[in-house]
Design a protein around this ligand. Structure first.
Ligand code: ADP
Ligand code: ZN
Length: 589
């Protein structure tokens, strides 16, 4: 947008310059070819009747054409009788008191061009001003009212607790000064996306009733050198002008990433300059000034240590994914102002939404509300929640399914049944909430939704079982359709299982060749272990795949019956699964 405008402005600039040249040419250059004479000489010529034509150009000059072909200019006496005198002498008189065309055209163009230049620059100026406000996010008003605070955020009690003193400090700095306490200038909030880091920073500003300035680190990259640094300075200037403030820098890693040794990457100059400007500004104000900088990142370990030193971002607060209680509170928070059916069991939904971030929970409730509105339902009910859950996890169901070939449906049915059966046998504690062969708009042919247990750690044997569940889809395809007919449907399963195997062996100290060594900490030494790690991963996956196939072969009747059910009904829910299981003979494990 802006670039286009920058180009457009060239057009009026060129026309302005060209018309200016034309004007100068006609005004100064052309007339100077004509010589000037005194009025007395003109009178002499008049008397001797050598004048053939007189052109009254304007109020100052006359152009005189002699019969000999000579042309000269003379002062206009502005006598009211001049024209009459000339005419009676039979002299051709032309009065062009209006400016000649060769002057009016360029001057008109010049005027238009100047106008357009002004218009364009004002307009693009407005555009860039507005993008500045986005960058500097100076939504001061928004936060002046205490509309936003810790109450806007559910769960995350530890994180709130960790910033409580910051709020207190912003409110009564004197109290802390009395004790000679130094407040942290910078706080890093780290944790997975959507866990509420921005929310927390905003809540601090809201609780303390100070302005909130938000920028994103990624706004500073891909800019011209120096611009990022200048923006940092102007941001701090603005915040300081207000006295107290919370400055929030999202995605701080974009400017504060650990500099990888030796690797001179292009464009890092700008990043360094921006980072240095930030550090300079941070050391530039005293603790008493009441400016707190909060920065967010998904990972703490990728940040430049210079950023984390005392006096800089020396407090680190982890913002974690909500646990089951926090999830229930977050759901409650978002249901507060919505019409909800009484039969919605929030505790149950909190249980089902393991590993959901606050943002994902918000979007779950929102999707349910949208579905209820679409249905013109009197309130949001379990049906809407169920649908919304699938949408949030897997994307929208593909509406037009007529084009799916029967054979593809069959492959999908066996593939998903493969996952489901391995999951039932190997991980019975993980509930399967849904198996479906309805493709999603995100591109999956179908999916099996299992609900993992809330647990802080994952065991070696759990990870192996999880890999087997992932391999179950391909294994079923191979068993039923033969190895010549395996499909690309297992693409994402294989992506996941491969990285899980790799992590087990090279990161979690669960392998043989590396033992307790972690490959990412070995630096350049890691190059020599690459092959053995790959071999070990392959051996593990091969072994698990064989075992998976064996389990499916042992339960082939179950595989057929579940696939058949899916082909008929498209979707198998938790309750259907339970019914099927009990009616049938026990699974062979
Ligand atoms: P982050 O900055 O960690 O990526 P955000 O603070 O931008 O996450 O959160 C995105 C959205 O998710 C918020 O606007 C809010 O709607 C919701 N959200 C996240 N965590 C919570 C929480 N603990 N309580 C309430 N809402 C939350
Ligand atoms: Zn699969």
């Amino acid at each position: 947008m802006n670039k286009l405008k920058n180009k457009i402005i060239i057009v009026p600039i060129i026309t302005a310059i060209m018309s200016l040249f034309a004007l100068i040419f006609y005004t100064y250059y052309l007339p100077s070819t004509k010589m000037e004479k005194n009025y007395s000489e003109f009178v002499k010529d008049l008397d001797s009747s050598t004048v053939s034509k007189v052109n009254i150009n304007d109020s100052t000059k006359l152009t005189v054409y002699l019969k000999t072909g000579e042309v000269y200019m003379v002062e206009n006496p502005n006598s009211p009788t001049l024209k009459e005198t000339l005419l009676t002498k039979g002299i051709d008189v032309k009065s062009s008191l209006t400016a000649p065309l060769e002057k009016t055209i360029p001057s008109t163009i010049l005027t238009i061009s100047i106008f357009s230049i002004i218009l364009i620059s004002v307009y693009s100026g407005r555009v860039s001003t507005s993008s500045m406000t986005v960058v500097e996010g100076a939504d001061v008003k928004e936060n002046n009212k205490k509309s936003f605070g810790f109450h806007s955020m559910a769960g995350n009690e530890e994180a709130k607790e960790s910033v409580q003193d910051i709020v207190d400090f912003l409110k009564n700095p004197e109290k802390y000064q009395k004790y000679g306490a130094r407040m942290p200038k910078g706080i890093i909030l780290y944790g997975e996306p959507g866990t509420g880091k921005t929310l927390l920073a905003k809540a601090v500003a809201g609780e303390a009733n100070v302005p909130f300035y938000a920028v994103s680190g990624s706004d500073f990259v891909q800019m011209y050198v120096g611009v990022g640094a200048a923006r940092i300075r102007s941001l701090f200037k603005k915040a300081k002008a207000n006295g107290k403030a919370v400055i929030f820098i999202d995605e701080i890693d974009a400017i504060g990433k650990r500099r990888d040794g030796g690797k001179a990457s292009g464009g890092s100059d700008e990043r360094d300059q921006t980072l240095n400007a930030l550090l300079t500004e941070m050391s530039g104000f005293g603790e008493q000034e009441g400016i707190v900088i909060m920065a967010a990142t998904n990972r703490l370990d990728i940040l430049d240590p210079a950023l984390l030193r005392p006096g800089r971002f020396d407090r680190h607060v982890e913002v974690i994914l909500p646990d089951v209680n926090a999830r229930e509170k977050i759901l409650k928070l978002y249901f507060k102002n919505k019409p909800v059916s009484d039969n919605i069991d929030l505790r149950n939904w909190a249980n089902k939404t393991t590993y959901f971030s606050g943002a994902k929970l918000e979007s779950l409730v929102n999707e349910a509300a949208i579905l209820a509105a679409k249905d013109n339902a009197s309130n949001i009910s379990e049906i809407h929640m169920d649908k919304a859950f699938s949408i949030v996890i897997a994307g929208h169901e593909k509406a037009d399914r007529s084009s799916i070939r029967e054979i593809d449906r069959k492959i999908t049915a066996y593939h998903e049944s493969g996952h489901a059966i391995i999951s039932l046998i190997k991980l019975p504690e993980e509930k399967i909430s849904k198996v479906t062969i309805i493709p999603t708009t995100k591109g999956a042919g179908g999916y099996t939704l299992t609900i993992p247990e809330d647990s802080a750690y994952k065991t070696y044997s759990y990870l192996r079982k999880r890999i087997m569940v992932l391999l179950g889809g391909r294994a079923a395809e191979e068993i039923i359709f033969g190895s010549d007919n395996i499909t690309t449907g297992a693409y994402s399963d294989i992506t996941h299982s491969t990285s899980m195997a790799k992590d087990m062996i090279s990161e979690y100290g669960m392998g043989k060749n590396l033992g307790l060594l972690k490959i990412s900490s070995l630096g350049e030494l890691a190059n020599s272990c690459g092959t053995s790690v790959v071999e070990e991963c392959k051996a593990m996956i091969d072994e698990l795949y064989e075992e998976t196939k064996q389990i499916l072969l042992d339960n082939i009747d179950r595989l057929h019956s579940m696939s058949l059910y899916l082909l008929e009904n498209e979707t198998l829910f938790e309750e259907d699964l339970a019914r099927e299981m009990s009616s049938d003979k026990a699974l062979q494990s």
